[in-house]
Design a protein around this ligand. Structure first.
Ligand SMILES: Nc1ncnc2c1ncn2[C@@H]1O[C@H](COP(=O)(O)OP(=O)(O)OP(=O)(O)O)[C@@H](O)[C@H]1O
Ligand SMILES: [Mg+2]
Length: 338
């Protein structure tokens, strides 16, 4: 049933007007529009809504996006939000973190920690690590850390292709242990990575400690990497977590980029997005970006993308301080540093 008083329905039908009692419409700006009587068919309204949504959410951004890419000579947008390893920029600290984790895996460390501020590149780092590991390492990546202990075990067993349906902790651990022994006998190693580990409950963290205890007399059977935001460090520093924290053999910390690294990072992402690109960021713009983002890659990406969009709307290839200032008006200020 169509609600005759509902401004939303009417708004969706006529965008900037509404219908009067007699069925005529009070549209301010646009020419002939579809007039539906008050008793009009609700599924026609539904189709109209879908069409409008399609235009606003799919067609306009796509057209706009492809014009933007064409203008700057990009094959794709250089500053996306996804942890895409094709755009990896190995800053000194990212390089060190990666080498440290690889060392830990080679040496079968039981527990490792990867921490860094929100948006500093932890997931990107994990994906890079997974791409680098050879077939002699069996890996499992847990992305949903809001699991209870049983679901965590099930998720690990399922990822390794083991039986996982049993609703018993003991059975799950037995199955995993058997798998680890078999893998170990074949000369391979096993790595479990838990991303967003700051969300793990104390019980789930305790479960990971118990898993790291699965070992033979001479070797650890499993390496566990916990990746998370600084809250994870806080959690692990609690007194009741000391049994786990004492087992952490390697702790890699991702620090934000310096000003020079921010400049290199921006140039790197632009060069990855096409062979002949025209976009240029002036030094004054980069300084502004660095000041507002403090070198956090995700924030840099957001601001650079908006800067390019603003430059595109002014038909210029050059992003200067003014353009960044304008772009900053489009974003919630509490996210950025002052
Ligand atoms: N070293 C890097 N090289 C290229 N891009 C990076 C790098 N580090 C981060 N990024 C980019 O920054 C954005 C955020 O990265 P990522 O999602 O890995 O951060 P995160 O630390 O996992 O964030 P969160 O704490 O929210 O989980 C992504 O778009 C990613 O591509
Ligand atoms: Mg992440």
């Amino acid at each position: 049933m169509m609600n005759t008083d509902a401004p939303v329905d009417v708004f969706m039908t006529h965008i900037d007007g509404w219908q009067k009692e007699d069925g005529s419409c009070v549209c301010q700006n646009h020419a002939p529009c579809l007039h539906l009587g008050r008793s009009g068919n609700s599924h026609i309204i539904f189709i109209q809504k879908q069409l409008i949504l399609l235009i606003f959410w799919k067609i306009i951004p796509r057209t706009w996006g492809s014009m933007y890419n064409q203008f700057f000579g990009f094959n794709e947008k250089p500053f996306s939000q996804t942890p895409d390893t094709r755009y990896l920029y190995l800053s000194r600290q990212h390089d060190e973190a990666l080498s440290t984790l690889l060392y830990g895996i080679e040496n079968r460390c039981g527990f490792m920690l990867l921490t860094g501020e929100v948006g500093s590149g932890k997931t990107t780092m994990i994906r890079t690590l997974l791409n680098l590991l050879s077939d002699s390492v069996e890996t499992c990546l847990v992305l949903n850390s809001l699991l209870n202990t049983l679901d965590l075990l099930k998720s690990i067993n399922r990822d390794f292709g083991n039986d996982w349906q049993f609703d018993s902790h003991q059975k799950q651990i037995e199955i995993l242990n058997q798998f680890l022994l078999e893998v170990n006998q074949s000369g391979k190693t096993v790595v479990v990575i838990i991303d967003e580990a700051q969300n793990l409950s104390n019980e789930a963290l305790e479960m990971t400690r118990m898993l790291s205890n699965l070992e033979t007399e001479t070797a650890k059977l499993i390496t566990i990497i916990l990746a998370g935001q600084p809250e994870l460090e806080e959690k692990l520093s609690q007194k009741e977590m000391r049994q786990l924290s004492q087992r952490i053999q390697i702790h890699a910390r991702l620090k934000p980029f310096s000003l020079d690294q921010t400049k290199d990072y921006i140039a790197h992402r632009i060069s990855c997005s096409g062979d002949k690109t025209h976009a240029q960021f002036k030094d004054e713009a980069i300084k502004r970006i660095y000041k507002k983002t403090r070198g956090i890659p995700r924030l840099i990406n957001n601001l650079c993308d908006l800067g390019l969009l603003a430059a595109f709307s002014q038909s210029t290839y050059v992003v200067d301080k003014k353009i960044i200032q304008r772009a900053l008006k489009e974003v919630p200020q509490y996210v950025y540093y002052s």
